[in-house]
Design a binder for this molecule. Structure first.
Ligand code: OXD
Length: 316
């Protein structure tokens, strides 16, 4: 029997829609031992993890399509998928609302010093924080404009921000005032009051933001990373913060996660740290399931899944 294995633990309402989209498929979503026992037979796998990878890449595996439950696919065996002609789709787009809200939370905190007030509150300290900044009218530089960057740009309009963007294709986007390809990165860094990195991790983006990029940033600017920690040279970031070359950083992702206790970033007053949860949302599974079920309907009709196909060579 044709089998779908769900590694992410679907809720009953999602199981219902999966069943009605793929009549005749057997759906396995039990505990780990049941999944391990049935995974070799699965034609479709939803979600991914290390032990599933070992089983799914065995020679006898029937795997044809993986629907990843996250957006980043750098931890997946993309070369093996390509060799074995396995399709990969991801959950890109699901993060646009939650991550853009986190980004605005960080920008507003820095401008209005909410993070400093929260620290004072923890010490029951009533302390005047000086004249506060605004994000209104500031320049926002988005590095890696995909679904998340587009949503951040749309919201930035409400604050009358000027929005600059960088993306591989350089293709324009309705809410980005000026879009560049990667040749324009330094120009965007030099003009922006807030730089927001939403890059996936690929061979081209690994440590793209290094010491020389921080040198291009406008003095007094803020740096936010909600993409992948390995796109940034952490030592260079720490140095830019220590020297005052940049005013602060909002970080959801790190080269090493969890961020080690020994990291100097923890103690820096101009740093806001969140534990790689900016994409978290109570609506996450509903949105990801909607993408999967739309793809499943295509697949069952003998078509290729139409939403969020990952280009295995480009790694996103
Ligand atoms: C993802 C993430 O890749 O949240 O989905 O980091």
């Amino acid at each position: 029997m044709r089998t779908i294995a769900c590694l992410y633990g679907p809720q009953p309402r999602h199981l219902e829609t999966i069943r009605s989209a793929a009549p005749g498929f057997d759906i396995v979503n039990g505990d780990e031992s049941e999944l391990r026992a049935r995974l070799e037979d699965a034609e479709i796998v939803v979600g991914w993890n290390e032990w599933a990878e070992e089983i799914c890449l065995r020679p006898q595996s029937k795997l044809r399509w993986v629907q990843a439950w996250g957006a980043g696919v750098e931890h997946m065996p993309l070369d093996a998928f390509e060799r074995r002609n396995i399709m990969l789709t991801n959950a890109s787009g699901v993060h646009a609302y939650p991550i853009s809200e986190t980004v605005f939370g960080m920008m507003l905190s820095f401008a209005r010093k909410l993070h400093a007030a929260a620290r004072n509150q923890a010490d029951k300290r009533w302390a005047w924080l000086g004249e506060l900044e605004e994000i209104h009218g500031k320049t926002l530089g988005l590095v890696g404009v995909g679904a998340i960057g587009e949503e951040i740009a749309r919201l930035a309009r409400a604050f009358r921000m000027q929005v600059l963007g960088v993306r591989r294709s350089g293709a324009p986007s309705p809410h980005v005032d000026r879009m560049y390809d990667h040749h324009g990165l330094n120009e965007v860094l030099a003009e922006s009051d807030f730089v927001v990195v939403t890059l996936p991790l690929t061979k081209d983006t690994r440590r793209l933001i290094d010491a020389s990029r921080f040198k291009h940033m406008k003095p007094g600017a803020y740096f936010i990373n909600i993409g992948r920690g390995l796109t940034v040279d952490t030592e260079a970031l720490i140095e830019a913060l220590r020297s005052g070359a940049i005013a602060g950083a909002g970080l959801d992702v790190f080269e090493q996660e969890p961020l080690p206790e020994s990291s100097p970033l923890w103690a820096m007053e101009n740093v806001i740290i969140t534990p790689h949860n900016s994409g978290s949302s109570v609506y996450y599974d509903d949105r990801a399931a909607e993408i999967f079920v739309a793809n499943l309907r295509d697949y069952v009709q003998g078509k290729e899944p139409g939403r969020n196909r990952v280009d295995l060579r480009n790694q996103y």
